[in-house]
Design a protein around this ligand. Structure first.
Ligand SMILES: O=P(O)(O)OC[C@H]1O[C@H](O)[C@H](O)[C@@H](O)[C@@H]1O
Length: 282
């Protein structure tokens, strides 16, 4: 058990032997080991020197998802996926260090000066024997309404992406297929498999729990609350053009990313949003 801070990273260790590593850069979870097995993909070509977002683990997407919108102006000026994933976070508190779990709260620095909004952004990482919970807290501390999108961009390691299935996307769920120019479609209800380039934003899922089956009887459940949408991404083709993606990387992971991204979420002054992601191994 314990929490160790080693300069750029924080490591949480649980009695069971499970451990988690979090980079303060972006509060990016980069590793989760259970029974000696790594559960996250981290590209061997990812930079880890704070010069670019980390390509793997769980980058935090906030306050926009994807390319910037055309307005309002301070959002239009942002980079893809916003600035939380490249901010220098700090440890606020060790919340718990017990056999039930080890939990640390990270806080983001104030936003860049051009982004004139007052909010608090915190991220709580909790490790138990076979479970990792990550909670994103956003509080509007300003006097005006505050709008944002947020998403936990996990990269879940798999033995072979061609053999996996994702079960639990409700029949009738609307989704936007980014590989077809954001075409809006209706999910037929069957398990999702990787047979081609996949980049889809599922909107307002009724059952906020998806099962990732590796295809060998093992896998993990992705459960979410507060977050209502989920993006599923596996860049079979696009990966070849990404400088920080290792060769054939797409075969070794899938992103099943809970978020609030189909539109902006609005918080009134003093209001708090909590978006949770719970990963449980089966
Ligand atoms: O390359 P990044 O900015 O990290 O974005 C990586 C990916 O994030 C999400 O999953 C999007 O749906 C993809 O369209 C995007 O390519």
């Amino acid at each position: 058990m314990g929490v160790e801070q080693n300069g750029k990273t924080v490591v949480l260790k649980h009695d069971s032997g499970a451990s988690v590593e979090v980079y303060l850069f972006g509060a990016t979870v980069t590793s989760w080991k259970v029974d000696g097995e790594e559960k996250f993909f981290l590209s061997s070509k990812s930079s880890l020197d704070s010069s670019k977002p980390i390509r793997g683990g769980i980058p935090i997407v906030f306050p926009i998802f994807g390319a910037p919108p055309s307005s309002p102006p301070e959002y239009a000026a942002l980079k893809q996926h916003g600035f939380a994933r490249t901010a220098d976070w700090s440890v606020d508190k060790v919340i718990m260090d017990r056999p039930e779990g080890v939990s640390v709260r990270f806080v983001a620095p104030p936003p860049p000066s051009e982004f004139k909004h007052s909010y608090k952004l915190a991220f709580v990482v909790t490790l138990a024997a076979h479970q990792l919970s990550t909670d994103l807290h956003i509080i509007n501390e300003g006097k005006e309404e505050f709008q944002f999108q947020a998403l936990l961009h996990n990269y879940l390691a798999v033995p072979d992406a061609k053999k996996l299935s994702v079960e639990g996307i409700d029949k009738g769920t609307r989704y936007k297929d980014k590989t077809q120019n954001f075409k809006e479609l209706i999910w037929p209800g069957e398990p999702l498999t990787i047979t081609q380039e996949t980049d889809a934003v599922f909107q307002k899922l009724e059952t906020q729990e998806l099962k990732l089956d590796y295809g060998n009887g093992k896998g993990l459940n992705v459960r979410f609350r507060g977050f209502e949408d989920c993006t599923i991404w596996n860049p079979q083709e696009k990966g070849k053009t990404m400088a920080d993606m290792e060769d054939g990387g797409w075969e070794r992971y899938i992103c099943i990313e809970p978020g609030f991204v189909r539109e902006f979420k609005y918080l009134q002054p003093g209001e708090e949003f909590l978006g949770q992601q719970v990963l449980t191994i089966f």
